[in-house]
Structure formats: C-alpha cells, structure tokens
Design a protein around this ligand. Structure first.
Ligand code: HEC
Ligand code: HEC
Length: 89
C-alpha cells in the first residue's frame, strides 16, 4: 500500500527538500570557512617601516584614514592594540 503513487509523491518532495537543505547548508559552511581563512589579519611586513616597536598612534600615522597606506573599509574598528590581531614581523 505504501508503494502506491499517492504516497510516493509526497516522500519524493520531502527528500528533494532535504537534499536542497543539505546543499544550502554545505554551501553556507564552505563559504564561511573560506571567508574566515581569507580575512585573517596579515602579519606586519619585515621592512624598515615595521622593524621598530611602535604604538598604535604611530601605526595610524601611516595606516589611519587619508595617510599613505590606509586600512581598508573592511578593517575591524580598532584604534589601539594592533598587536592583539597582527603578528609582528
Ligand atoms: C612609516 C609608515 C608606517 C608605519 C609607522 C607602519 N606601517 Fe604598516 N605599512 C606601511 C606601508 C607603506 C605598508 C604597505 C607596504 C608594505 O608592505 O610595506 C604597510 C603594510 C602593513 C601591513 C600589511 C598589509 C598587507 O596587506 O599585508 C600591516 C598588517 C601593517 N602594515 C600594520 C602596521 C602596524 C600594526 C603598525 C604599527 C606597529 C604599522 N603597520 C606601522 C607603512 C607603515
Ligand atoms: C580585531 C583584530 C584587529 C585589530 C585590533 C587590528 N587589525 Fe588590522 N586587520 C585585521 C584583519 C582581520 C585584517 C584583514 C582585513 C581583510 O582581509 O579584509 C587586517 C588588515 C590590516 C591591514 C591591511 C590593509 C587592510 O585593511 O586589509 C593593515 C595595514 C592593518 N590591518 C593595520 C592595523 C593597525 C595599524 C591596527 C592598530 C591601530 C590594526 N590593524 C588593528 C584585524 C585587526
């Protein structure tokens, strides 16, 4: 009785929904992992600008808005403690 076409149709639709849900969930997971890996804070370059110990306000004299190497618009809001996230070179 359960093999009748009347009962098959709803169970097919149900599994299609499950497949769609699993596919969507997988895409979301992969997307979030890739986003996280790609938005790691970069380490300081080992050049003359970065060799010396510096305070956040010194960093911002080059990386603040309108300076020679401003942080991008996606940068987390952070005016101090650059080394909480960025490793020194
Ligand atoms: C004298 C100016 C100057 C100072 C001071 C300075 N920077 Fe930089 N910084 C630059 C320039 C120019 C670049 C980009 C060119 C390069 O790679 O050197 C850069 C690059 C960076 C990068 C790498 C960006 C990337 O896309 O890989 C990070 C992170 C960074 N700086 C953080 C800091 C921090 C934190 C401080 C304070 C401890 C600091 N900087 C002080 C000029 C400066
Ligand atoms: C909360 C963690 C955090 C703190 C604190 C932080 N940063 Fe960043 N920084 C990041 C991340 C994450 C990125 C990479 C952004 C991206 O890839 O979109 C980044 C990128 C940068 C870059 C490369 C340009 C850019 O915008 O992608 C520079 C330069 C930089 N930070 C400077 C600084 C300076 C200077 C300070 C201190 C005043 C600081 N950061 C504090 C997390 C942080």
């Amino acid at each position: 009785m359960s093999d009748g076409p009347g009962t098959d149709a709803p169970s097919c639709a149900g599994s299609a929904r499950v497949v769609a849900f699993v596919a969507l969930a997988s895409c979301l997971t992969v997307g979030l992992v890739v986003y996280t890996l790609r938005h790691r804070p970069p380490a300081l370059p080992a050049d003359a600008d970065h060799r010396t110990g510096q305070t956040a306000s010194e960093c911002l004299s080059c990386h603040g808005p309108g300076t020679k190497s401003p942080r991008g618009p996606n940068h987390p809001v952070a005016e101090g403690s650059c080394f909480n996230c960025h490793a020194s070179a």
